[in-house]
Design a protein around this ligand. Sequence first.
Ligand code: AMP
Ligand code: ZN
Ligand code: FE
Ligand code: FE
Length: 294
Amino acid sequence: MTLNTLDLHTHSTASDGIHSPTELVTLAHEAGLKTIGLVDHDTTGGLEEALAAGERLGVAVVPGIEINTDLPNKQGEAHMLGYYIEYDRPEFQQCIAVLREARALRGERMVAKLREQGLDVTWERVREIAGGAVGRPHVARALLEKGYADSISDAFDKWIGPGRPAYIPRYKLSAEDAVRLVKSARGVPVLAHPANIPELKETLLPSLVMVGLQGLECYYGEYDTVTVARLLQLANTYGLIPTGGSDYHGPNMHPTPLGARYVPDDSLERLRRTGEFNRKLPAPAFTLPAPTQE
Ligand code: AMP
Ligand code: ZN
Ligand code: FE
Ligand code: FE
């Protein structure tokens, strides 16, 4: 039973989701949703199909992306969402292609490490499972199907999580550069699932707001009411749009079902207006820093 009409955080097979864009939009329609945000990792490859399906079924699709970044001082990762991006800009597509190539290279190196450990997983199979932008969840699925892990999270715990035998760090884009990248496509940059970022309040938010952050994902997945209230207060302090969604990847991937996270309609309205405002300004140029490989 859902009264929600909105889910701004979903993934498809274009990255590491289980459902094709058409299936995802169909599920959204069946769940009574009026709007979904599709935010595949480092790719906009699912957007046209999702938009077309949305048109047929009467589901509005907000074009988006999710970009993983690394924080300084071993604070872990921050994920940047970009909404209402002008995704057909060639410079933007070139940048995210570089990010995807770095993902593929890293995936291949992780598979090599697994093979060094005597595990029979192949890069061909991982690519096949991925279909689009490769991520660790695809490597995890390859491990699972060969019986080297009991579940996706077990595969991370045993093999591909930080500090585990086959872990390889990713190409490091800073969170600030992810904001700039989204802005270069005149999108609305929103910091994803921020609750566990250690220096969020003290250093990260001021620094990101300085370079153009416009939203904070306050209504995320399983966040409890205390967490949401704390994040709403921060969003208010920094003048950020509070957004949210389930982070739906398919069954058995993340705990929250599609559309099951309450997000107020006002979030979408503010996001839409801000996207419109961004498109009244010229697109700022952005150059990706050279990849550092370790
Ligand atoms: P990647 O972008 O290739 O580094 O993969 C990161 C993705 O893996 C995240 O977005 C999560 O969806 C997933 N992930 C990370 N850690 C875990 C874990 N312990 N269990 C299950 N999924 C995870
Ligand atoms: Zn994902
Ligand atoms: Fe994320
Ligand atoms: Fe996500």
